[in-house]
Ligand binder design. Structure first.
Ligand code: G3P
Ligand code: CA
Length: 290
Protein backbone atom coordinates (compact mmCIF):
# COMPACT_ATOMS: atom_id res chain seq x y z
CA UNK A 1 0.00 0.00 0.00
CA UNK A 2 2.84 2.37 0.96
CA UNK A 3 4.49 1.71 -2.40
CA UNK A 4 1.27 2.63 -4.15
CA UNK A 5 0.95 5.86 -2.17
CA UNK A 6 4.57 6.85 -2.88
CA UNK A 7 4.16 6.02 -6.58
CA UNK A 8 0.95 8.04 -6.77
CA UNK A 9 2.62 10.98 -5.04
CA UNK A 10 5.60 10.88 -7.40
CA UNK A 11 3.25 10.73 -10.38
CA UNK A 12 1.31 13.71 -9.07
CA UNK A 13 4.53 15.67 -8.49
CA UNK A 14 5.78 14.84 -11.97
CA UNK A 15 2.50 16.08 -13.46
CA UNK A 16 2.73 19.20 -11.35
CA UNK A 17 5.95 20.34 -13.00
CA UNK A 18 4.51 20.19 -16.51
CA UNK A 19 2.78 23.13 -18.16
CA UNK A 20 0.04 20.87 -19.42
CA UNK A 21 -1.47 18.20 -17.21
CA UNK A 22 -0.79 14.69 -18.47
CA UNK A 23 -3.78 12.38 -18.07
CA UNK A 24 -3.17 9.50 -15.67
CA UNK A 25 -3.11 6.02 -17.15
CA UNK A 26 -5.16 4.28 -14.46
CA UNK A 27 -8.69 5.66 -14.75
CA UNK A 28 -8.91 5.18 -18.50
CA UNK A 29 -6.83 2.03 -18.64
CA UNK A 30 -7.22 -1.56 -17.59
CA UNK A 31 -7.45 -2.07 -13.84
CA UNK A 32 -6.31 -5.13 -11.93
CA UNK A 33 -9.95 -6.18 -11.73
CA UNK A 34 -10.65 -6.07 -15.46
CA UNK A 35 -11.71 -3.42 -17.96
CA UNK A 36 -13.09 -0.14 -16.67
CA UNK A 37 -16.91 -0.24 -16.78
CA UNK A 38 -18.86 2.83 -17.91
CA UNK A 39 -22.58 3.26 -17.20
CA UNK A 40 -24.00 4.14 -20.62
CA UNK A 41 -26.33 7.17 -20.39
CA UNK A 42 -26.13 6.38 -16.67
CA UNK A 43 -27.33 2.94 -15.59
CA UNK A 44 -29.87 3.25 -18.36
CA UNK A 45 -31.26 -0.29 -18.25
CA UNK A 46 -32.58 0.49 -14.78
CA UNK A 47 -33.49 4.18 -14.85
CA UNK A 48 -34.41 6.73 -17.54
CA UNK A 49 -31.35 7.44 -19.65
CA UNK A 50 -29.32 10.62 -19.28
CA UNK A 51 -31.10 11.71 -16.08
CA UNK A 52 -29.75 12.36 -12.60
CA UNK A 53 -31.67 9.29 -11.48
CA UNK A 54 -29.61 7.17 -13.89
CA UNK A 55 -26.40 8.72 -12.50
CA UNK A 56 -27.47 7.89 -8.95
CA UNK A 57 -28.45 4.38 -9.99
CA UNK A 58 -24.96 3.80 -11.36
CA UNK A 59 -23.52 5.14 -8.13
CA UNK A 60 -25.63 2.76 -6.06
CA UNK A 61 -24.36 -0.11 -8.20
CA UNK A 62 -20.81 0.98 -7.36
CA UNK A 63 -20.02 2.21 -10.88
CA UNK A 64 -17.58 5.14 -10.93
CA UNK A 65 -17.84 6.17 -14.57
CA UNK A 66 -20.99 7.46 -16.26
CA UNK A 67 -21.41 8.27 -19.95
CA UNK A 68 -23.75 11.01 -21.22
CA UNK A 69 -24.76 12.99 -24.32
CA UNK A 70 -24.58 16.80 -24.47
CA UNK A 71 -26.63 18.97 -26.85
CA UNK A 72 -27.66 22.66 -26.96
CA UNK A 73 -31.02 24.41 -26.64
CA UNK A 74 -32.30 27.26 -28.81
CA UNK A 75 -31.13 29.77 -26.20
CA UNK A 76 -27.70 28.23 -25.68
CA UNK A 77 -28.14 26.04 -22.60
CA UNK A 78 -26.33 22.70 -22.64
CA UNK A 79 -28.61 19.79 -21.80
CA UNK A 80 -28.18 16.04 -21.42
CA UNK A 81 -30.21 14.12 -23.98
CA UNK A 82 -29.33 11.50 -26.60
CA UNK A 83 -31.62 11.98 -29.61
CA UNK A 84 -31.68 15.23 -31.59
CA UNK A 85 -35.44 15.18 -30.92
CA UNK A 86 -37.08 15.21 -27.50
CA UNK A 87 -39.92 12.94 -28.65
CA UNK A 88 -38.69 9.51 -27.56
CA UNK A 89 -37.55 10.29 -24.03
CA UNK A 90 -39.95 13.03 -22.90
CA UNK A 91 -43.63 13.99 -23.04
CA UNK A 92 -42.86 16.87 -25.43
CA UNK A 93 -45.52 15.73 -27.93
CA UNK A 94 -48.21 16.21 -25.29
CA UNK A 95 -46.85 19.44 -23.83
CA UNK A 96 -46.03 21.11 -27.17
CA UNK A 97 -48.28 19.34 -29.73
CA UNK A 98 -47.70 21.81 -32.55
CA UNK A 99 -43.93 21.72 -32.49
CA UNK A 100 -43.01 18.57 -34.51
CA UNK A 101 -40.36 17.22 -34.97
CA UNK A 102 -39.50 18.47 -31.47
CA UNK A 103 -35.79 19.07 -32.07
CA UNK A 104 -33.69 19.92 -29.01
CA UNK A 105 -32.26 22.93 -30.87
CA UNK A 106 -35.74 24.40 -31.39
CA UNK A 107 -36.68 24.50 -27.67
CA UNK A 108 -35.56 26.89 -24.96
CA UNK A 109 -34.15 25.66 -21.67
CA UNK A 110 -37.28 26.92 -19.89
CA UNK A 111 -39.47 24.84 -22.21
CA UNK A 112 -37.35 21.73 -21.73
CA UNK A 113 -37.50 22.22 -17.95
CA UNK A 114 -41.26 21.62 -18.16
CA UNK A 115 -40.89 18.18 -19.73
CA UNK A 116 -41.23 14.82 -18.02
CA UNK A 117 -38.21 12.69 -18.97
CA UNK A 118 -39.12 9.72 -16.77
CA UNK A 119 -42.69 8.55 -17.44
CA UNK A 120 -41.78 6.93 -20.78
CA UNK A 121 -39.53 4.60 -18.82
CA UNK A 122 -41.94 3.82 -16.00
CA UNK A 123 -44.59 5.43 -13.80
CA UNK A 124 -42.20 5.41 -10.83
CA UNK A 125 -40.04 7.93 -12.67
CA UNK A 126 -42.75 10.50 -13.42
CA UNK A 127 -41.48 14.03 -12.93
CA UNK A 128 -37.83 13.24 -13.73
CA UNK A 129 -36.35 16.16 -15.68
CA UNK A 130 -33.89 16.60 -18.54
CA UNK A 131 -30.80 17.82 -16.68
CA UNK A 132 -28.66 20.72 -17.77
CA UNK A 133 -24.95 20.00 -18.11
CA UNK A 134 -24.38 22.15 -15.03
CA UNK A 135 -26.83 20.09 -12.93
CA UNK A 136 -25.34 16.88 -14.28
CA UNK A 137 -21.76 17.84 -13.41
CA UNK A 138 -22.80 18.81 -9.89
CA UNK A 139 -24.44 15.42 -9.33
CA UNK A 140 -21.49 13.44 -10.71
CA UNK A 141 -19.20 15.46 -8.45
CA UNK A 142 -21.45 14.98 -5.43
CA UNK A 143 -21.29 11.22 -6.00
CA UNK A 144 -17.51 11.39 -6.55
CA UNK A 145 -18.05 9.71 -9.91
CA UNK A 146 -16.25 10.31 -13.23
CA UNK A 147 -17.59 11.39 -16.60
CA UNK A 148 -17.23 10.12 -20.15
CA UNK A 149 -18.97 13.00 -21.91
CA UNK A 150 -20.14 12.71 -25.49
CA UNK A 151 -20.56 15.83 -27.58
CA UNK A 152 -23.62 14.62 -29.50
CA UNK A 153 -24.52 15.82 -33.02
CA UNK A 154 -22.00 18.68 -32.90
CA UNK A 155 -22.67 19.58 -36.55
CA UNK A 156 -26.09 20.82 -35.38
CA UNK A 157 -24.51 23.12 -32.82
CA UNK A 158 -21.60 25.14 -34.26
CA UNK A 159 -19.13 26.10 -31.54
CA UNK A 160 -20.60 23.72 -28.94
CA UNK A 161 -17.11 22.60 -27.90
CA UNK A 162 -16.31 26.10 -26.62
CA UNK A 163 -19.64 26.19 -24.75
CA UNK A 164 -18.95 22.80 -23.17
CA UNK A 165 -15.49 23.89 -22.04
CA UNK A 166 -16.92 27.09 -20.57
CA UNK A 167 -19.40 25.16 -18.41
CA UNK A 168 -16.74 22.63 -17.42
CA UNK A 169 -14.47 25.47 -16.31
CA UNK A 170 -17.22 27.29 -14.39
CA UNK A 171 -18.17 24.08 -12.59
CA UNK A 172 -14.60 23.32 -11.58
CA UNK A 173 -14.14 20.41 -13.97
CA UNK A 174 -10.97 21.72 -15.60
CA UNK A 175 -8.89 21.59 -12.44
CA UNK A 176 -6.02 19.14 -12.04
CA UNK A 177 -8.08 16.45 -10.30
CA UNK A 178 -10.79 16.27 -12.95
CA UNK A 179 -8.46 16.62 -15.93
CA UNK A 180 -6.04 13.97 -14.71
CA UNK A 181 -8.49 11.27 -13.80
CA UNK A 182 -12.19 12.13 -13.87
CA UNK A 183 -13.08 13.43 -17.33
CA UNK A 184 -12.97 12.19 -20.93
CA UNK A 185 -14.64 14.05 -23.82
CA UNK A 186 -15.63 11.95 -26.84
CA UNK A 187 -17.57 12.29 -30.10
CA UNK A 188 -18.42 10.45 -33.31
CA UNK A 189 -17.40 13.67 -35.06
CA UNK A 190 -13.62 13.80 -35.56
CA UNK A 191 -13.68 17.56 -36.13
CA UNK A 192 -15.36 18.02 -32.76
CA UNK A 193 -12.74 15.88 -30.99
CA UNK A 194 -10.05 17.92 -32.72
CA UNK A 195 -11.71 21.17 -31.63
CA UNK A 196 -11.73 20.05 -27.99
CA UNK A 197 -8.10 18.96 -28.23
CA UNK A 198 -7.11 22.27 -29.86
CA UNK A 199 -8.81 24.36 -27.18
CA UNK A 200 -7.76 22.26 -24.15
CA UNK A 201 -4.84 20.09 -25.12
CA UNK A 202 -4.57 18.68 -21.58
CA UNK A 203 -7.98 16.98 -21.73
CA UNK A 204 -8.32 13.26 -22.44
CA UNK A 205 -10.43 12.74 -25.56
CA UNK A 206 -11.97 9.81 -27.38
CA UNK A 207 -13.11 9.17 -30.95
CA UNK A 208 -16.25 7.07 -31.30
CA UNK A 209 -15.98 4.68 -34.21
CA UNK A 210 -13.74 2.06 -35.80
CA UNK A 211 -11.26 3.79 -38.11
CA UNK A 212 -9.28 1.65 -40.54
CA UNK A 213 -6.00 0.49 -39.02
CA UNK A 214 -4.08 2.48 -41.64
CA UNK A 215 -5.83 5.67 -40.49
CA UNK A 216 -5.26 5.19 -36.76
CA UNK A 217 -2.05 7.28 -36.61
CA UNK A 218 -4.01 10.32 -37.83
CA UNK A 219 -6.46 9.93 -34.94
CA UNK A 220 -3.67 9.29 -32.44
CA UNK A 221 -2.36 12.79 -33.13
CA UNK A 222 -5.30 14.37 -31.29
CA UNK A 223 -7.07 11.69 -29.28
CA UNK A 224 -6.31 9.20 -26.51
CA UNK A 225 -9.04 6.64 -27.09
CA UNK A 226 -10.67 4.81 -30.00
CA UNK A 227 -14.14 3.78 -28.78
CA UNK A 228 -15.80 1.34 -31.22
CA UNK A 229 -19.10 -0.53 -31.38
CA UNK A 230 -18.21 -3.91 -29.88
CA UNK A 231 -19.29 -5.99 -32.88
CA UNK A 232 -16.85 -4.19 -35.16
CA UNK A 233 -13.64 -5.21 -33.40
CA UNK A 234 -11.28 -8.16 -33.15
CA UNK A 235 -8.33 -8.98 -30.93
CA UNK A 236 -6.08 -7.91 -33.81
CA UNK A 237 -7.82 -4.55 -34.13
CA UNK A 238 -7.42 -3.85 -30.40
CA UNK A 239 -3.74 -4.81 -30.64
CA UNK A 240 -3.30 -2.44 -33.60
CA UNK A 241 -4.75 0.42 -31.57
CA UNK A 242 -2.57 -0.49 -28.60
CA UNK A 243 0.58 -0.36 -30.70
CA UNK A 244 0.12 3.40 -31.03
CA UNK A 245 0.60 6.21 -28.55
CA UNK A 246 -2.23 8.70 -28.18
CA UNK A 247 -2.15 12.49 -28.03
CA UNK A 248 -0.56 12.47 -24.58
CA UNK A 249 2.15 9.94 -25.32
CA UNK A 250 0.45 7.04 -23.58
CA UNK A 251 -0.86 3.84 -25.15
CA UNK A 252 -3.94 4.55 -27.27
CA UNK A 253 -6.91 2.92 -25.54
CA UNK A 254 -10.08 1.12 -26.60
CA UNK A 255 -13.49 1.35 -24.88
CA UNK A 256 -16.12 -0.84 -26.55
CA UNK A 257 -19.90 -0.16 -26.57
CA UNK A 258 -22.67 -1.14 -25.91
CA UNK A 259 -22.27 -4.49 -24.15
CA UNK A 260 -25.07 -5.65 -21.88
CA UNK A 261 -24.46 -9.39 -21.49
CA UNK A 262 -21.82 -11.59 -19.90
CA UNK A 263 -20.86 -13.46 -23.08
CA UNK A 264 -19.97 -10.35 -25.06
CA UNK A 265 -18.40 -8.72 -22.01
CA UNK A 266 -15.99 -11.65 -21.63
CA UNK A 267 -15.38 -11.70 -25.38
CA UNK A 268 -14.26 -8.06 -25.59
CA UNK A 269 -12.32 -8.43 -22.37
CA UNK A 270 -10.42 -11.26 -24.06
CA UNK A 271 -9.80 -8.96 -27.02
CA UNK A 272 -7.92 -6.77 -24.51
CA UNK A 273 -10.17 -3.70 -24.41
CA UNK A 274 -9.45 -1.12 -21.73
CA UNK A 275 -13.09 -0.32 -21.02
CA UNK A 276 -16.65 -1.48 -21.67
CA UNK A 277 -19.61 0.91 -21.96
CA UNK A 278 -22.86 -0.69 -20.82
CA UNK A 279 -26.51 -0.05 -20.01
CA UNK A 280 -26.13 -2.86 -17.43
CA UNK A 281 -22.75 -2.01 -15.92
CA UNK A 282 -23.27 -4.35 -12.98
CA UNK A 283 -23.68 -7.31 -15.34
CA UNK A 284 -20.50 -6.40 -17.22
CA UNK A 285 -18.52 -5.77 -14.03
CA UNK A 286 -19.57 -9.08 -12.54
CA UNK A 287 -18.74 -10.95 -15.77
CA UNK A 288 -15.30 -9.42 -16.20
CA UNK A 289 -13.84 -9.06 -12.72
CA UNK A 290 -11.18 -11.62 -11.97
O1 G3P B 1 -20.34 5.93 -25.53
C1 G3P B 1 -20.70 5.14 -26.60
C2 G3P B 1 -22.10 5.31 -27.08
O2 G3P B 1 -22.78 6.23 -26.30
C3 G3P B 1 -22.24 5.68 -28.49
O3 G3P B 1 -23.52 5.54 -29.01
O4 G3P B 1 -25.67 6.36 -29.78
O5 G3P B 1 -25.46 5.50 -27.47
O6 G3P B 1 -24.48 7.69 -28.09
P1 G3P B 1 -24.83 6.31 -28.55
CA1 CA C 1 -23.48 8.46 -26.09
Amino acid sequence: MLTLVVAATLTALAGGTAGVVQPAAGPVGTTSSGPVVFAHRGASAYAPENTLTAVDRADRLGIDWVENDVQRTRDGELVIVHDDSLARTTDVEQVFPGRAPWKVKDFTAAEIRRLDAGSWFGADYAGTRVPTLKQYLKRVDKNRQKLLMEVKNPALYPGIEKDVLKVLRKEGWLDRDHVRSRLVVQSFDAASVQAVHRQRSDLTTGFLGTPAVADLPKYAAYTDQINPQHGTITKEYVAAVHRLKGAHGKRLKVNAWTVDDAVNAKKVKDFGVDGIISNKPDVVRDATRR
